[in-house]
Design a protein around this ligand. Structure first.
Ligand code: NI
Length: 313
């Protein structure tokens, strides 16, 4: 009986993991900018997938979001080689903020995910390097999927200075949700975090980066997008994720990753010390905007702290 129960729990975790994994919110800036009327990400498909544990299971998941890699506003002027990141000058592009600090914000979506210690590995890597990051947490993962280990790793993250924002309660596409659902997703999502950390949630990342005007109007939090999309959810390749970050890193950038893949944890373990070696301070999103002298306001969305692509409200 015990064995059977254990197997069932393992399978359940696998199914939840896969559902979360395949609903990853990677999306290019172009897609984010596009009018949200036709959004392919809401279409459910049935796929057969294997966990890294080789459980073959069939689950219904949302289609992955758009997978283009181009930066929407031509932000890449430094060329391709990783050494180009070295030549970035701190603070030169900050409009308004004056800083010589070379700071950057790593962000991780869709966790906490403690199966195979994915989130734990990332938090450990941050601690080891005296670095910080921001986690955009799915409330359901805290309350239902990892109700013991999830809160534990979140508390540890907070204890080393990391920031935790909401990524809704169950990773809904808010652009196609009713006002009632939007309200519930944000409130329940924040409560799941606040119950654990005792701290008020002040940031939100909308699932799939989807926050059209009417969504922003209804949510009393700043929406944090990104300017560097690692596409880690798509490639699940640590080498590629590290390469994208080192090629595109610029002071003031917000980097999108997902703490639900082993490959993303490995990429974090490798890229965190490398960015520090290049002179970067790895800070939370709130700290990044403070450093650049920019205020984060509710009902606005932000892509970086330089203001390269300025606020859409
Ligand atoms: Ni997501």
């Amino acid at each position: 009986m015990r064995g059977k129960k254990k197997l069932m729990s393992l399978l359940l975790i696998s199914v939840l993991g896969i559902t979360a994994a395949l609903s990853g919110c990677g999306k290019s800036e172009q897609d984010v900018a596009a009018t949200p009327s036709a959004n392919p990400s809401t279409e459910a498909t049935t796929q057969t997938a294997a966990t890294d544990d080789s459980h073959m299971i069939t689950v219904t998941v949302p289609s992955p979001d758009g997978a283009t890699t181009a930066a929407g506003n031509g932000g890449q002027t430094g060329g391709g080689e990783s050494s180009s990141a070295e030549s970035s000058e701190a603070g030169t592009t900050a409009a308004g903020g004056q800083t010589d600090v070379k700071a950057i914000a790593l962000t991780f979506d869709d966790g906490p995910y403690t199966y195979k210690n994915v989130t734990n590995r990332i938090v450990d890597a941050l601690e080891k390097n005296n670095a910080k990051a921001t986690f955009f947490v799915v409330g359901q993962a805290v309350n239902e999927w990892f109700p013991t280990d999830g809160p534990e790793v979140m508390k540890k993250a907070v204890s080393i200075g990391c920031e935790i924002g909401t990524h809704t309660y169950s990773h809904e596409n808010l652009n196609t949700s009713s006002s009632d659902v939007i309200k519930e997703q944000v409130e329940k999502g924040c409560k799941a975090i606040e119950d654990v950390t005792g701290q008020k949630v002040t940031l939100m990342r909308p699932p799939y980066g989807n926050a059209k005007q009417s969504v922003m109007d209804q949510v009393d939090l700043p929406m944090i997008q990104w300017d560097i999309d690692t596409l880690d959810w798509d490639t699940k390749d640590a080498d590629n994720t590290v390469k994208v970050i080192l090629e595109q890193a610029k002071p003031g950038s917000i980097i999108l990753m997902h703490d639900i893949y082993g490959a993303s944890a490995e990429a974090a373990e490798r890229v965190i010390p490398e960015l520090i070696k290049q002179g970067y301070q790895l800070v939370t999103v709130s700290e990044l905007f403070e450093i650049y002298g920019k205020e984060l306001e509710p009902h606005h969305q932000y892509y970086d702290a330089r203001g390269d692509r300025d606020i859409e409200s």
